[in-house]
Design a protein around this ligand. Structure first.
Ligand SMILES: NC(=O)c1ccc[n+]([C@@H]2O[C@H](COP(=O)([O-])OP(=O)(O)OC[C@H]3O[C@@H](n4cnc5c(N)ncnc54)[C@H](O)[C@@H]3O)[C@@H](O)[C@H]2O)c1
Length: 296
């Protein structure tokens, strides 16, 4: 792994920018922080970091982290990419823009994407700091899934070194393709997992407000059963009871549409990503792409 790197964080005052900057502060890398919005610039300065204009910092950087809103990545990469030094890694933190073909590209640069997995629900947390670190990147170890469009192993080493630093403490970095990463996020974790977490919250509200169950009782049942249901389903820790299996079948037939697995079709992924990026359609090289219209 390379020890001496120069890194620029573009969007250093945003949510991810502040997180990754705090971790880069702990490395020996030379780091530049670029940010355009006054309130976000104040956050960077308040954390004791100096601001540098992106156009000064980017040409000197081995790795440029684009920690900016996904809907602006096309426009921002169009100004950053031409200024980058040959051989640099351009790192985004979400696969949507790379998948949709909205990022500016240059043949002599390496485009990478790295998304944190967040600390596992099954992580054995051994300290109060780990317990408090729900997002990851502070004390609780997490994995990262990453993709790089490059056949140069040294570019991947540089990307991995920075990825391990910005999301530290990191257990493993799993390398996949950009498309596989897009099926992980949004499909697996946002379309399905985050959606189900929202459903649980709504179900809790219904139980309390419509049925009239005291909230502490409903929360206690929900939180404990969420834990045991996840470990039973995902790790096979205990069998579900016969009666529970009948209730689960009823729930599945009543709550889930029969064709729900269509979310794993590539055309559906294209549609949802186009919608997320507020573009008409994704532009997968060499293929006809789907429009953003999701049939209702
Ligand atoms: N927020 C999360 O939980 C999370 C988790 C994983 C990955 N991500 C990814 O991280 C990236 C950033 O998301 P975020 O939530 O931190 O966004 P954010 O809106 O919190 O921050 C973006 C920052 O970029 C700045 N910015 C905008 N245009 C700029 C420009 N031209 N030059 C410099 N700075 C500019 C904004 O002022 C803002 O401070 C996205 O790709 C997102 O998908 C976010």
């Amino acid at each position: 792994m390379p020890e001496s790197l120069t890194v620029t964080v573009v969007g250093a005052g945003g949510k991810m920018g502040m997180r990754v900057s705090a971790n880069l502060d702990r490395t020996a890398y030379t780091t530049f922080y670029a940010e355009t919005f006054p309130a976000a610039q104040d956050r960077v300065r308040a954390a004791g970091r100096e601001l540098t204009d992106a156009m000064d910092a980017v040409p000197r950087s081995d790795v440029v982290i684009l920690a900016v809103p996904d809907v602006l990545l096309g426009e921002i990469s169009a100004s950053i990419v031409p200024a980058a030094k040959p051989g640099a890694v351009i790192l985004t933190l979400d696969p949507a823009a790379a998948y949709a073909g909205v990022l500016a590209r240059r043949a002599d640069l390496h485009l990478a994407v790295a998304h944190p997995c967040h600390p596992s629900v099954f992580l054995e947390r051994t300290s109060a700091q780990e317990w408090a670190d729900t997002f990851g990147g502070v004390a609780a170890p997490q994995d990262v899934v990453a993709a790089i469009e490059s056949s140069d192993p040294s570019a991947r080493d540089r990307a991995e070194a920075v990825v391990r630093a910005i999301y530290a403490p990191v257990i493993d970095v799993h390398w996949v393709t950009v498309e596989q990463l897009a099926f992980l996020e949004p499909t697996l974790v946002e379309t399905i997992t985050c959606m189900i977490s929202g459903l649980l919250k709504e179900a809790l509200r219904e139980t309390v407000e419509t049925v009239g169950v005291p909230e502490p009782a409903a929360r206690a049942m929900l939180f404990g059963h969420t834990q045991v249901a996840l470990t039973n389903s995902l790790r096979g820790s205990n069998p579900f009871s016969e009666a529970c299996l009948i209730a689960m079948d009823y729930g599945r037939q009543t709550v889930i549409t029969e064709d729900w697995k269509k979310v794993f079709d590539r055309d559906e992924l294209d549609r949802v990503i186009a919608r997320m990026l507020r573009i008409e359609k994704v532009n997968r090289p060499g293929e006809a792409a789907a429009s953003a219209e999701i049939p209702t």
